[in-house]
Design a protein around this ligand. Structure first.
Ligand code: ADP
Ligand code: MG
Length: 251
């Protein structure tokens, strides 16, 4: 079943007298359970596409169906409802609240959804355990590494039990090893059946997905299914290489 159906979607921003054609007619179908990487140079329309996919914005023209529902012309309240029930978001900059511990950060989406306190706590704890942070429930963002903060953000995306995770450059602020670590987590989520749409400009990161969609000038330039690279194997190689470099340096 297609979870995402975009048909000839355009998005035009008006900047004073100038029209910026951010999307010039995108048609894209994504099946439930796919792991799709969206690539393309800066300005090619990736974030605009993600905002539409994530029901944060609406197309100028064209159709968008999410899980069979036509969402292209819904108002902001209806869009918010669909977002909360279906989608989880991960951003490059983590967007965690700094004065709040991991557990409370992850609970936040449930607070807005009026989930009772005890259930909020239990589900947040479960989400943090799922991303390997069960021992760090009460750490604050500034007591955690970048990779750990991104894992908290992924737990926050998971806590509302989304069908689709949308991640815009989630490894953009992380070093190579930490990036691959985060990709092992996305591959684990994919294995549980969650649909993942991930924007990146790094080919090595895109290759952990089973399908790579390349954007250029607001259009899909190529769309290829592939055998994904294994993130755990890549992580082992990366660590072995770092250890070898270290050993050489010490010798
Ligand atoms: P990417 O994420 O691939 O870098 P974007 O989707 O952010 O690309 O941007 C695509 C084009 O749309 C760019 O030319 C950008 O300047 C323009 N754009 C994006 N958002 C806005 C906006 N809110 N207002 C005006 N122009 C925008
Ligand atoms: Mg962008």
């Amino acid at each position: 079943m297609a979870i995402v159906e975009l048909t000839d979607v355009t998005k035009t921003y008006h900047l004073g007298d100038v029209d910026v054609h951010a999307l010039r007619g995108v048609t894209l179908n994504i099946e439930a359970g796919e792991f799709v990487a969206i690539m393309g140079a800066s300005g090619s329309g990736k974030s605009t596409l993600m905002n539409i996919l994530g029901c944060l914005d609406t197309p100028t023209s064209g159709e968008y169906r999410l899980a069979g529902q036509p969402v292209s012309r819904l108002g902001s309240d209806a869009l918010a409802g669909i977002r909360n029930g279906t989608l989880g978001f991960v951003f490059q900059s983590f967007n965690l609240l700094s004065r709040t511990d991991a557990l409370e950060n992850v609970e936040l989406p449930l607070l807005y959804a009026d989930v009772p306190a005890a259930e909020r706590r239990a589900r947040a704890r479960e989400a943090l355990e799922r991303v390997g942070l069960g021992e760090r429930l009460h750490h604050h963002p500034n007591q955690m590494s970048g990779g750990q903060q991104q894992r908290v953000a992924i737990a926050r995306a998971l806590v509302s039990r989304p069908k689709v995770i949308l991640a815009d450059e989630p490894t953009g602020n992380l070093d190579s090893e930490t990036s691959i670590e985060v990709m092992t987590l996305f591959q684990d989520l994919f294995a549980t059946g969650i649909t993942i749409l991930l924007v990146t400009h790094e080919p090595d990161i895109a290759n952990f997905a089973g399908r790579v969609v390349s954007m250029k000038d607001g259009r899909v330039r190529s769309d290829q299914r592939r055998q994904p690279d294994d993130a755990r194997a890549a992580l082992a190689r990366e660590r072995a290489q770092r250890a070898a470099e270290q050993a050489e340096h010490t010798a």
